[in-house]
Design a binder for this molecule. Sequence first.
Ligand SMILES: [Zn+2]
Length: 377
Amino acid sequence: MDAASFAPVPVDLIVKAPKVLLHDHLDGGLRPQTVIELAAETEYDDLPSTDPDELARWFSEAAFSGSLERYLETFRHTVGVTQTAGALQRVARECAEDLAADGVVYAEVRFAPELHLSRGLTEREVIEHVLLGFAEGQQKAREGGHGIRVGVLLTAMRTATHSRQIAELSVEFRDQGVVGFDIAGAEAGFPPTRHLDAFEYLRRENAHFTIHAGEAFGLPSIWEAIQWCGADRLGHGVRIVDDITVSPDGSVELGRLASYVRDRRIPLEMCPSSNVQTGAAESIDHHPIGLLRRLGFRVTVNTDNRLMSGTSMSHEMSLLSQAFGYGLADMQWFTINAMKSAFIPFDERLSIINQQVKPGYAEVTDELSQRLAQGSV
Ligand SMILES: [Zn+2]
């Protein structure tokens, strides 16, 4: 490792560095222009603005407002304009293209089929069109010189009662691009054990799943997700810090649950900007990711909702780099953590690590070394 591994990284090199994304919502990542065009096509006339810049600003202001109602309203619009086969296919295609253009080489993108049925599509049709869109997007990205592989996670809403049915669909489609299952939605009052039947089914089917836990709600939710439901990964898991005591002298003590999460290498899908928006973290500078990375937890960096947070993988990496002084060596560590934690087969994960991630970081590190030597950083 040379100086370039730890030096501040210019944004263009963060974009160029290969990145891996495990937690991204399809309905949270639409292009503002697409929202406007789809609204016109599908005669959805509820949008707060039809100017793309103004609409983008509206989305991020609503998401940063601290009001849950306004935050949820943002999804009412993105879900409202994606009720047709063509709309779903388009947003999936653009999602793959946007991620690839941002240097993401592997992504798992999730969506809830049950939210897209208001114009008569069935859940199977929703899934098929999203998969088609991702296939097209991957093809277009490859043609543009940015290869990306996208795996799909099917989400069930934790406030509803369809989780078993969605879990069965995730198994039915697992050889066609669906790689796992997730539950999302209001955490307080809706513990993961309400959906035990779905998780037990998935385990019997040797299938993978993650659970949104430890975002709005604390340790009991994380504990249930792991010890009752058997989650492979935790969506956010930020509140695991509540089980870690840092003394004024700097010594750190882990409680039993935090120890278990670290010892078992349970991946934490952290989404810094989103965590600040929802109040799960106070600020990027005070985000628990700094402590958890230092303690060697299996931490990954994610976007959650790119439209609402006005973010991208490169932007999240860049924010962390500014807050914690992370260089390319840290970004590679987060990226390899994420790739190790992906739901595709082990040999395929390894091949992305060895053939794309490591050579990609070696290349950008070299480029940064040259810039440092020339004094052009
Ligand atoms: Zn999420």
